[in-house]
Design a binder for this molecule. Structure first.
Ligand code: GAP
Length: 542
């Protein structure tokens, strides 16, 4: 599947639009259209239902070391600035970036890649031999992008490509010792990239009218910290006992240097996060349980297991607080063959977060986490001073719980489900001629529209009967009504948005009260009595 085909379909059929498009768009921000909002809501509802609502706290789930409870929260996007100082985001949530002095563009340092190439450069004063390191951002077809950049730089035409001499393989610019002969991704001249600099990814905002330094706060870059900040409130206001998880779905914001790949890396996105609190001596087992449970969820929701992988982080990749992290990754079609992109991270966070919010920002000293101090011995960032430990009244022990965090992106999951759903085949049209058919094959729980109702023709009482059926179905499922054009074209319009069932009211409906139900996958039709449609669809959709 070509990514351009999916992005075009998303725009054409109202799944996704570039934000602020009428003003030229805003890079890294996306709006969900009428169908996109249904799809994304179904993804979030499926997650909330499967992780929180349908969880049975009385019976140990398969693979779990015991029973556990689940509850939810909905915290604010702007929180006390001290939260981000103690969590480490204020000091550490950085990416390195390079600027181009010529084009004034900014790139994420670790995303710029390139290759050495030599050739004769054609200029107004003649031609001369030159060697440069041409670059591009990591793309679906890097060598093609490098070919184009090199042809432009050397002033050559496509047919002259053979005259260029490539050296070595494709390499990230981070492996170079100097940028002197590097041609920036959009530059005309070599040597215009700056040295890499740190850039904090949190969006700043000001609270209140005065707007002094004291009033600066941040849009949350993750939903997790609201959960830690409310840990004591949840323990005090409910009867949850450890082990238990607190789930939250909500917007997060990161001022990504190079947002790209459709919604994959956006500046505003939604997360679906669980912070699971457990006894330190059981945390390794709970980590494995959540890692495997979350991986299985994606396959249950329709992602093919060949395109998914679970990747345990190497020790040097782990965050400063983590004793283990696995990424659940998907082979998105915009990546190079064999490459995977992160869908969700499942992290063992130890007691880092709760202790940081009690004691102040922690740093690792040897194998210990200690409060980071200023040269004068004062804590660098003070904690809340509140006791966030947990008292187990059965074992009479007090401890700071360990945390396992399955952290998923609602937009990345939605994008993966869209990529997986996109199918093209041929199917006969009304005249029996084979026609290309594009359809989205979602898991029925995710399909934005579950059923469409068509009157075969706009006369003989068919529209009235179809309207009645439509009204009845709408009480149970998201349903579409369509009476425009030939019925074959109406089927195709529904296939393209992934509607699994189309119900047609025809002449026979008026005689014997039956309709046809057509299955998008098999293209088979069956006749069903009007009064049975809801139950038949419920059964099929489950
Ligand atoms: N609390 C941990 C945390 O936020 P993360 O790996 O930075 O961990 C978790 O983010 C998930 O959030 C990612 O796996 C991804 O699905 C999603 N995510 C992160 N940054 C994103 C971005 N810029 N655009 C879209 N989704 C993003």
């Amino acid at each position: 599947m070509q990514m351009e085909n999916l992005t075009a379909l998303c725009k054409r059929r109202g799944f996704l639009f570039q934000s602020s498009e009428i003003y030229g768009g805003l890079n890294g921000f996306w709006d969900y259209g009428p169908l996109g909002v249904l799809l994304k809501r179904n993804v979030k509802d499926a997650w909330w239902n499967d992780m929180v609502m349908s969880h049975n706290e009385l019976t140990a789930a398969a693979g779990a070391p015991g029973t556990y409870e689940m509850t939810g929260l909905d915290c604010t996007i702007i929180m006390h600035p001290q939260i981000w100082k103690c969590s480490g985001h204020y000091d550490l949530f950085h990416d390195f970036m390079v600027d181009c002095r010529e084009t004034k563009r900014r790139y994420r340092y670790d995303h710029v890649i390139g290759r050495w190439v030599a050739g004769r450069r054609q200029t107004a004063d003649g031609s001369h031999q030159q060697k440069v390191f041409v670059t591009t951002m990591e793309t679906e077809n890097t060598q093609t992008a490098l070919d184009e950049a090199a042809l432009k730089f050397f002033g050559l035409r496509k047919k002259d490509i053979e005259s260029l001499q490539w050296e070595g393989g494709i390499t990230p610019i981070s492996k170079l010792t100097s940028f002197e002969n590097v041609l920036g991704p959009d530059a005309k001249h070599a040597g215009t990239l700056t040295e890499p600099r740190e850039f904090n990814l949190m969006f700043k905002t000001t609270i209140g009218a005065l707007g002094g330094e004291e009033d600066v706060s941040f849009l949350r870059p993750e939903t997790a910290q609201g959960i830690f900040a409310n840990f004591k409130n949840v323990c005090d206001s409910t009867r949850v006992r450890i082990p238990f998880g607190i789930a939250q779905i909500g917007k997060s914001f990161r001022n990504e240097i190079t947002p790209r790949n459709f919604t994959f890396r956006s500046r505003e996105f939604e997360q679906m996060e669980i912070e699971f609190f457990c006894r330190p001596d059981q945390s390794a087992e709970w980590y494995k349980f959540w890692r495997d449970k979350r991986f299985a969820w994606y396959t249950q929701m329709g992602l093919s297991s060949e395109k998914l992988r679970l990747r345990e982080h190497d020790a040097d990749e782990l965050s400063h607080y983590s004793c283990g992290t696995a990424d659940i990754e998907y082979q998105f079609p915009f990546l190079q063959p064999g490459e995977f992109g992160e869908l969700e991270g499942v992290a063992h966070r130890g007691d880092f977060d709760l202790r940081s919010h009690m004691e102040g920002k922690l740093v690792k000293e040897g194998n210990e986490l200690v409060v980071e101090k200023l040269p004068n011995g004062q804590p660098k960032h003070r904690g809340s001073g509140k006791d966030l430990s947990y008292y187990d009244d059965l074992t009479k022990e007090r401890f700071v719980p360990h945390v396992i965090e399955p952290s998923a992106g609602a937009d990345r999951a939605t994008l993966a489900f869209l990529c997986e759903a996109y199918q093209a085949d041929t199917a006969p049209d009304e005249k029996g001629e084979p026609q290309e058919r594009i359809y989205l094959k979602f898991h029925p729980r995710l399909a934005p529209v579950k059923a469409a109702v068509f009157p075969l023709v706009k006369k003989d009482g068919m529209p009235e009967a179809a309207a009645e059926i439509y009204g009845e179905l709408k009480k149970h499922f998201s349903t579409f009504y369509d009476d425009k054009g030939a019925v074959g074209r109406r089927y195709r319009r529904q296939d393209e948005i992934g509607t699994p069932y189309c119900i047609t009211v025809d002449g026979q409906t008026l005689q014997d009260g039956t309709v046809t139900i057509r299955d998008m996958d098999t293209l088979k039709q069956e006749r069903v009595k009007r009064e049975e449609i809801v139950n038949v669809l419920k059964e099929k959709l489950n």
